[in-house]
Design a protein around this ligand. Structure first.
Ligand SMILES: NC(=O)c1ccc[n+]([C@@H]2O[C@H](COP(=O)([O-])OP(=O)(O)OC[C@H]3O[C@@H](n4cnc5c(N)ncnc54)[C@H](O)[C@@H]3O)[C@@H](O)[C@H]2O)c1
Ligand SMILES: O=C(O)C[C@H](O)C(=O)O
Length: 346
């Protein structure tokens, strides 16, 4: 018999792009408790476009067939107002993925129009504690658009996913140091989820020792850091597209689960992660941009408006190299903001 009380209130999780690849890799794990924990029942609301709604209904059938003890219902809709009504968590995955040879910036206009109406629907009907994770690219600027359309929801509730980049960075450091990935902490992804992102190891540790010492990285980053590490992490999405013939799916779904898990349940003591948050001017990043920072969450026992906030890890010293790389990525975010302003999206 299940230990989950039958009368425990479920958390409503809305997932857009539910019939897509990431949706398929994500939904069953949410239903299994991998995102919110083995003691939190969930109700899923799936949003799709009309062309794909039948396929989303098929996914809902399979979710039923999983007989997940935590799953308290699945609704499928093409109407954003219905999808976000009562949502505690909104995972905005639905968007057009990048194909070979395309830059994420090519997607601004195509995807911009999706996120305004979804932001408005969140503003109109989501739960008071709604938390939003944007996965669909260009994730940072899509989060900016979503937030602009939801003026009644606090800015801190809008996030963009850079957890996949963070995980990619952890693995590259672990491989270089020849240690299990669990021995690497405090890497940071700064800036945009794009090729300009800056994966930073200067505050990281490997086996509790400073990563630059273990990895023999000089302060100017000459050698492995700038020649191999940064381009490998920043261009990993494109590399997977090239080799796999499609953009990252299971690793992206995993990152979305981890981002949300840590936001709600807290980051491990002594470590931090990376997430795109609405800047309040930290590290000189212009206010309002959705920029990736080193972040911690104190987590909480449950969802609710007063628990589980992300906060930026402040006070890190930045080398000249780090400052220049962060500034370059932030300049790209500013250019994206200008582009969507010109389109009337923010
Ligand atoms: N931030 C990251 O780290 C990261 C990583 C991987 C992929 N992504 C992005 O995630 C997105 C989804 O990737 P995928 O592989 O699942 O793509 P996919 O094409 O398989 O699925 C996207 C789904 O979104 C649906 N969709 C489109 N517009 C919608 C709308 N207005 N409302 C609801 N659903 C809508 C489509 O019908 C489709 O089923 C892409 O933008 C991709 O670039 C981001
Ligand atoms: O690179 C892409 O377009 C997909 C995704 O953003 C990724 O980083 O894998």
């Amino acid at each position: 018999m299940s230990a989950i009380p039958a009368n425990a209130a479920p958390v409503t999780v809305t997932v857009t792009g539910a019939a897509g690849q990431i949706g398929y890799a994500l939904l069953f794990r949410i239903a299994a408790g991998d995102m919110l924990g083995p003691d939190v029942p969930v109700r899923l609301k799936l949003l799709e476009v009309p062309q794909a709604v039948r396929s989303a209904e098929g996914v809902a059938m399979e979710l039923d067939d999983g007989a997940f003890p935590l799953l308290r219902g699945v609704d499928v809709t093409t109407d954003a107002r219905i999808a976000f009504d009562g949502a505690n968590l909104a995972l905005l995955v639905g968007a057009r993925p990048r194909g070979p040879g395309m830059e994420r910036s090519d997607l601004l206009e195509a995807n911009g129009a999706i996120f305004g109406p979804q932001g408005a629907a969140i503003n109109a009907g989501a739960a008071d504690d709604v938390r939003v994770l944007v996965v669909g690219n260009p994730a940072n600027t899509n989060a900016l658009i979503t937030r602009a359309a939801a003026p009644d929801v606090p800015a801190e509730r809008f996030t963009a996913m850079t957890r996949l980049d963070h995980n990619r960075a952890l693995t590259q450091v672990a491989k270089r140091a020849e240690v299990p990935v669990s021995q690497v902490r405090r890497v940071t992804i700064w800036g945009n989820h794009s090729a300009t992102q800056y994966p930073d190891v200067f505050h990281a540790t490997v086996d509790d020792r400073p990563a630059p010492e273990v990895l023999e990285v000089p302060e100017d980053g000459a050698g492995w850091l700038t020649e191999t590490f940064v381009p490998t992490v920043a261009q990993r999405g494109a590399a997977v597209i090239e080799v796999r013939g499609g953009s990252s799916v299971a690793s992206a779904a995993n990152a979305a689960l981890e981002h949300t898990h840590d936001w709600v349940r807290g980051t491990p003591v002594g470590d931090w992660t990376s997430a795109g948050l609405v800047s309040q001017g930290e590290y000189g990043v212009p206010e309002g941009l959705v920029c990736s920072f080193p972040v911690i969450s104190d987590g909480g026992p449950a969802l609710g408006p007063d628990v589980a906030r992300w906060s930026v890890v402040e006070g890190l010293e930045l080398s000249e190299l780090s400052r220049a790389r962060i500034d370059a990525s932030v300049a790209e975010l500013e250019a994206e903001r200008e582009a969507v302003r010109a389109l009337g999206l923010v």
